[in-house]
Design a protein around this ligand. Structure first.
Ligand code: JCF
Length: 675
């Protein structure tokens, strides 16, 4: 064999292998090799192609990164028009759809439908000739679209070359290009950090990514394609049912929707709809409804089309997650930590399945970014159980008279000055517990389930108690009498006594819950548990220095400062005394003495692979000896435990001259202390 055909052989084997791995990873979500192996193969191919540039082919997996920018998009005419779908908005609409089909077929037998989520992305067409991707186009108006070949080539779930065999020599595959929620969130997070423009939703982000003349930009966007039908088919055949066509497409290398099901009869369609509606928020991509199609192709042909939509398919829409409405005004709410949040007061609108009249505007930066004014028409988004947000201003419909939104100079509740910490977006009230709002929120938090768990003490009741000046802080709760409570609106003698009993019951708690209930900034449930475990008692924690606090699991300099500030504060001290006097109690945690914690004060880092135990166990064993285990090496690291495969952490340790031990020495260390 000549050398060049030998290389050619090597190249096609590598490409074949990489395409297979790509398929398993991007189309089937079922990777066949670890990422590192995939990377090695790619590098091997790249190197070989560098050495033999004349052998690079357009369908090589290395050719996805994006070529030079285009001057503009050219138009393409869809040989088979790309139809839209009729919509159904209720189960009655679905019933009618099913009825029309049966009437037209002159047969009352139950129809088999293929059902799948309707992805909220951009419809595209891909043309394959002899199994090689030749052209990608947007749907456009269904008759004429734009050529986006350079961009679709960068999307990993789109095969540049079909897998397997038996595909028609000309095959047009249709589907939806979309951006998964996680990719969208990460993209916007990065844009926010760089103070760039944010995308309004994943669909806009996908559209914007495909509208790039420079495919190198598209290549960096987390796009996926999911296929749902074929257009032109020439020089070969496809299967005779919708679902079989999808499985064929899958075998040729495409991603299809894993939620696709076959059901019989319209009742089952409605049931599928309800199931997916429940699942909607948990799916990794956005959907705006369910597509139902008559599965049998001969039946589809018999049914045909009306105007621009097939008679054999329908989209049963979900409630919209975005709607337009008017911004009537902005209120400023003060939270437990004093953070002042602008809240949009909206003309009530039905969105995401509920009527929304308030939405968060986050902070003053966000108001500026949106450029929103009172009186504007805005887009409100409510997805899943997430709080509603204003995501966009419709400038085209801005009325003549709008008002700018003025962030207050003083706390809207207590008139204390507001402050903005350098580098933070949050503006806070400096009033602390003198601020009624912060006081109320602090008491609500104190009584909440994961804190002191005072049964029956809801938000409204706390507000009444503070407004009626019956309490000023959490400790005052324990001095309330049944008479005082039963005098309140909507409270009877029975409910008053229940609350007294619940308060009594809450006095017996744990140190962790008590610490959490104090609402110290950045001290959530997990940190409270760590603090309780580490110190065992309140006095031990109170007397801890900043450096001491840094020894606690997951406590960094900022949290440590908040904790230390809290205990140094006069109001906090009074509150703690008052609560103790009220009879709040817990059993102190038995904490090993310092003699039993020989590694107290040292920070360890575990890296690489250990054969005797996993890194998590290694970490726990070290912590049991009092060590702090950190995730990265710094000047404060006492020792690095390095197994085989250790990388940058090991080199950093060597650079800093930090002690490094291998697994054998590590096991000896554990042995030494565990006797
Ligand atoms: O997921 C979609 N957005 C979607 C759109 C799914 C389908 O099965 C479609 C479609 C548009 C047209 N089917 C047709 C015929």
């Amino acid at each position: 064999m000549s050398q060049s055909s030998d290389i050619q052989q090597q190249l096609s084997e590598l490409r074949e292998l990489i395409n297979q791995h790509n398929y398993r990873y991007y189309a089937l979500d079922d990777p066949s090799v670890p990422d590192a192996e995939y990377d090695r193969l790619m590098r091997q191919l790249q190197q070989l192609e560098e050495e033999h540039p004349e052998l690079i082919s357009a369908d090589s997996p290395t050719q996805r990164v994006g070529a030079e920018p285009l001057e503009g998009f050219s138009q393409i005419v869809h040989e088979v028009p790309m139809l839209s779908l009729d919509n159904a908005f209720s189960s009655e609409d679905m019933q009618d759809f099913d009825r029309r089909i049966k009437d037209r077929l002159g047969n009352d037998d139950d129809i088999t439908y293929a059902c799948e989520p309707k992805l909220d992305g951009i419809a595209v067409s891909l043309l394959y000739r002899e199994g090689v991707l030749e052209r990608g186009a947007t749907r456009g108006d269904g008759a004429v679209g734009e050529d986006i070949t350079h961009n679709v080539r960068t999307i990993p779930s789109i095969p540049l070359k079909l897998l397997g065999s038996g595909f028609p020599s000309v095959l047009e595959v249709r589907g939806e290009i979309y951006m998964p929620k996680a990719g969208f969130n990460a993209l916007n997070e990065r844009a926010r950090e760089r103070e760039e423009k944010l995308f309004v939703n994943p669909r806009n982000a996908a559209a914007g990514s495909l509208r790039q003349l420079d495919a190198r930009i598209t290549a960096e966007r987390p796009l996926e394609m999911c296929c749902y039908s074929v257009g032109v088919v020439d020089g070969g055949d496809v299967a005779s049912s919708h679902h079989d066509i999808l499985y064929q497409l899958q075998s040729w290398g495409f991603r299809i929707n894993g939620e696709m099901r076959l059901v019989v009869g319209i009742e089952a369609c409605n049931q599928y709809y309800q199931e997916l509606l429940m699942k909607r928020a948990d799916l990794p991509y956005e959907i705006d409804g369910i597509v139902f199609k008559v599965d049998d192709l001969p039946l589809q042909q018999q049914l045909g089309f009306v105007a621009k939509a097939p008679r054999w398919a329908i989209a049963h829409k979900f409630p919209a997650e975005e709607e337009m409405t008017q911004l009537l005004g902005v209120d400023f709410q003060v939270g437990r930590t004093g953070a002042v949040t602008p809240v949009a007061r909206l003309q009530p609108v039905f969105v995401g399945g509920v009527t929304v009249s308030n939405a968060t505007l986050h902070n003053s930066d966000e108001i500026e970014r949106l450029g929103v004014r009172v009186g504007d028409t805005v887009v409100v988004r409510r997805a899943g159980d997430v709080i509603p947000q204003v995501t966009k201003v419709l400038l085209d419909s801005r009325p003549e008279k709008t008002e700018s939104i003025k962030f207050p100079q003083l706390c809207p509740v207590c008139d204390s000055p507001l402050e903005r910490v350098e580098g933070e977006a949050v503006i806070r009230c400096t009033g602390g517990l003198l601020c009624d709002a912060q006081q109320k929120e602090a008491i609500k938090h104190f009584a909440s389930r994961k804190a002191m768990d005072v049964d029956g003490l809801g938000d409204k009741l706390v507000e009444q108690l503070v407004d009626e000046k019956l309490i000023e802080n959490a400790a005052d709760l324990y001095a309330l009498t049944a008479e005082q409570i039963s005098g309140l609106e909507r409270m009877g003698e029975k409910s008053a006594q229940n609350l007294i009993d619940a308060l009594q019951k809450s006095k017996s708690t744990t140190l962790a819950k008590f610490l959490y209930s104090m609402g110290i900034r950045e001290v959530g449930e997990a940190t409270a548990v760590n603090l309780a475990k580490h110190y065992g008692s309140l006095p031990a924690l109170q007397s801890a220095s900043l450096e001491d606090l840094l020894e606690v699991e997951d406590v960094g300099p900022i949290v440590a400062k908040h904790i230390s500030d809290f205990f140094a504060n006069e109001h906090s001290q009074q509150l703690l005394d008052q609560l103790k006097a009220a009879g709040i109690h817990w059993d102190d945690v038995e904490r090993p003495s310092n003699d039993e914690l020989p590694l107290l004060g040292s920070t360890y880092v575990v890296t690489g692979t250990l054969s005797a135990m996993g890194r998590t166990e290694a970490k726990e064993r070290l912590q049991a000896l009092g060590a702090k285990v950190a995730g990265s090496v710094s000047k404060n690291t006492a020792c690095v435990v390095a197994g085989p495969g250790a990388g940058s952490k090991l080199s950093k340790a060597q650079e800093f001259g930090i002690k490094v031990i291998d697994e054998e020495e590590f096991l000896a260390l554990l042995d030494q202390y565990n006797g």
